[in-house]
Design a protein. Structure first.
Length: 496
């Protein structure tokens, strides 16, 4: 097996990724991707480490990634256009994923895989230099531990999403040998990501370690060592709960471990500021763009059970929804016009647009929330509920978005665990729209609620499989519904 192809791909991206960093970070545009030249001195190593979050964020917010197709596959968003693979992954009945080099949108899935590994190579190379004895001293200030911490952070982020999105991947860390590193199943990849995050946490919590990252690392906000540790804790909790591929695996989640990470998690939203130039969320751009994507009827039906859970097959607009949840009016806008292709199915239609984060189509400026406090709180609430602390979970839900933004009645402490979890997932469905990569898909996956025949994770892209001399394989399609790689569940009311 030509494992070293992973490093070949990554090094072809090395110079591109460095060159794509923000101008304010003062990262040199090294046209030669040779690792030794790129990491020749501490200043370059520091600059490359400081590019890690930007490169990861742009990868996860790109339209050239599975994110948009996962959004519609989860029936949180809806779109009949084929861009970013959206139409093909939202067809009903679900079809097998086209994992071939000839597929028009094959690059969508290839680029995400390659860019995550490109970022891994950058962070791993930085860590190799430091572990090899290089000290990062900039303007007479020792930045070594800062660079180590943020490199482990982004190493963890990159491995984490490889584990969440693909069925298997190479666990590439500092000093990994590309010729001997085997493919690992997704759970092992997620655990490797958490080990990296634990390393970042340990460095930040070490006595004597103190640093503040500039406000262009996570654009618009300065982050201290304590806040980086909190961020790593929250992502560890996120990866643990999103990794399961079905309800059975979800029931085996170590909820004590999840709770530990979430309780040490973020105290502010992770919401980099989009400047309309270097920092841009293309996912946000396209999912609020007029005439493109809408919010699926499934979401509106949650707020108003009398509203159709699927757009009428005759193509006629249903009446506007009515709800006690104030977010129906604050976060969603009714639009009677649909310009999607009816021949691709009226089930793609919707009259509701999402307007909570209305970044301008032309300037795309403003904060772009990726991990909001509400998500961390809901992770804690779910963990407490699963551990039997119903009262503790109820208090978190009642103190949060349900009452503050939704204006809904507080939950009673006598509520059943089943109804409490329904309320928690209701909040996740309504409150976390357009925040973190793949949240709706991962939540539906771990509850056996993705439509029957929806793939549960992506295969390694065909181009990579061919070069590595591995057989091409795929998932998805009603004929392949096994509950392991392809959903054999579904959320439709008659299938609940």
């Amino acid at each position: 097996m030509k494992n070293r192809y992973i490093f070949y791909l990554a090094f072809t991206l090395f110079a591109i990724l460095i060159g794509s960093c923000t101008k304010d970070l003062d990262v040199k545009n090294l046209n030669d991707p040779d690792k030794e030249r790129a990491l020749k001195n501490p200043e370059d190593v520091n600059s490359i480490a400081l590019s890690g979050f930007y490169n990861w964020f742009m990868t996860n917010n790109s339209s050239i990634s599975p994110r948009m197709s996962m959004w519609v596959a989860a029936d949180q968003g809806t779109c009949s256009w084929a861009n970013s693979g959206m139409y093909h992954l939202s067809m009903e009945p679900r079809q097998p994923f086209n994992n071939s080099v000839s597929y028009t949108y094959a690059h969508i899935y290839e680029e995400y895989w390659k860019e995550l590994y490109g970022n891994l190579v950058m962070m791993n190379s930085v860590l190799e230099k430091i572990e090899g004895g290089m000290e990062i001293v900039i303007d007479d200030v020792d930045e070594t531990q800062k660079v180590r911490a943020i490199s482990y952070l982004i190493q963890g982020f990159s491995l984490g999403y490889l584990g969440l999105v693909y069925d298997k991947a190479f666990i590439m860390k500092e000093f990994s040998d590309p010729n001997t590193t085997p493919l690992s199943p997704y759970m092992d990849v997620v655990e490797a990501a958490i080990v990296s995050l634990d390393s970042a946490i340990a460095i930040c919590n070490r006595p004597g370690v103190s640093f503040t990252l500039p406000d262009n690392y996570i654009n618009g906000s300065q982050y201290t060592d304590d806040e980086i540790a909190q961020l790593a804790n929250s992502f560890a909790a996120r990866f643990l709960i999103y990794a399961p591929r079905n309800k059975q695996q979800n029931s085996q989640t170590d909820w004590n471990r999840v709770l530990h990470y979430a309780e040490n998690g973020i105290e502010q939203d992770l919401a980099p500021y989009m400047d309309g130039s270097t920092w841009r969320s293309w996912f946000r751009h396209y999912t609020v763009r007029p005439g493109w994507a809408r919010i699926d009827c499934r979401i509106i039906n949650l707020m108003d059970p009398n509203y159709p859970w699927r757009f009428p097959d005759d193509g006629h607009n249903p009446e506007k929804a009515v709800s006690d949840d104030k977010r129906l009016d604050s976060d969603f806008a009714f639009n009677a016009q649909n310009n999607m292709k009816p021949e691709r199915g009226y089930y793609h239609y919707s009259n509701y647009e999402y307007v909570r984060y209305p970044l301008s189509i032309t300037t795309t400026t403003g904060p772009s929330p990726d991990f909001i406090l509400a998500e961390n709180d809901l992770i804690k609430a779910e963990a407490l509920a699963e551990l039997g602390d119903i009262a503790g979970a109820v208090q978190i839900v009642n103190d949060g978005s349900r009452t503050e933004r939704g204006g809904l009645a507080p939950l009673e402490e006598t509520i059943s665990k089943e109804d409490l979890l329904k309320a928690i997932f209701y909040e996740r469905d309504i409150e976390l729209i357009q925040t973190g990569f793949g949240i709706a898909f991962f939540d539906m996956r771990r509850r056996d609620m993705l439509q029957y025949g929806t793939l549960l994770h992506f295969p390694i892209p065909a181009k990579e499989l061919m070069v590595m001399e591995m057989g091409i394989y795929t998932f998805g399609g009603v004929a392949n519904a096994d509950g392991i790689n392809t959903s054999n569940g579904g959320w439709f009311p008659e299938k609940k």
